[in-house]
Design a protein around this ligand. Structure first.
Ligand code: MD6
Ligand code: FE
Length: 211
């Protein structure tokens, strides 16, 4: 069997734009709250960080990870590390999150990393490719929780035509196949658009096979 396809029948996305698949409202409110509880546990063990880009800019999104490897950024560059910068292991990826990967990724591998991104109302994420992983045949799965966010979908090279979609609490998105290396980013958060997080904001989880 190939390393990136499973035998599971694939549930059809509700929206597909140039190979980017979106399952809108895929997670029920109960599941969303369960995942949120699991993220609170992760953040207790692996506190949120304020990463700095290799060029020295403080990112507006706060981050931590779960899994065998965590994604970090500092003046030495973007990379995956086996430990949180404070020296501890990353907590395990919760079952509630692994289930999403198993049902929608189409991969027979398990994810090595669940990156946790926390957006306050003024946070954003510039256009980027996810390319710190080894095998680009493996998809990236993203889960959105809390306030809705405007997600911009670009091309496989910088510049060119873009499409924008709102990602809402409970939506699951997949970058795979031809769309795996497209540029993408978050232009803005619509503060107060979801009741999930008491103090507002947005959480995005991205699941990846790293190596
Ligand atoms: C976000 N997402 O939704 C940022 N990357 O906050 C990503 O950067 C992303 O949604 C790879 C695959 C899916 C994504
Ligand atoms: Fe990304």
């Amino acid at each position: 069997m190939s390393q990136h396809k499973s035998n599971l029948p694939q549930e059809a996305p509700t929206l597909s734009i140039r190979g980017v698949d979106l399952w809108e409202s895929w997670l029920s409110p109960v599941k969303q709250r369960q995942i949120l509880e699991d993220i609170r546990t992760i953040v207790t063990k692996a506190p949120l960080l304020e990463p700095v880009t290799p060029s020295g800019k403080k990112m507006s999104v706060r981050m931590t990870s779960a899994g065998r490897l965590g994604w970090v950024s500092d003046s030495s560059g973007y990379r995956y590390e086996a430990n949180h910068p404070y020296g501890t292991n990353w907590p395990p990826i919760p079952q509630s999150v692994l289930e999403v990967w198993e049902l929608l990724s189409g991969s027979v591998r398990s994810p090595d990393c669940c990156l946790v991104n926390f957006y306050q109302p003024d946070a954003r994420m510039g256009m980027h490719q996810d390319r710190d992983e080894v095998d680009f045949k493996q998809p990236v799965i993203s889960i959105s929780l809390g306030d809705e966010a405007l997600f911009r979908i670009g091309q496989k090279t910088r510049g060119g035509k873009t499409d924008s979609i709102w990602l809402r609490s409970g939506d699951v998105l997949r970058l795979g196949g031809e769309a795996r290396l497209i540029y993408h980013g978050i232009d803005r958060i619509n503060s107060g658009s979801s009741p999930l997080l008491k103090n507002g904001g947005r959480i995005n989880l991205t699941l990846r096979v790293v190596s």
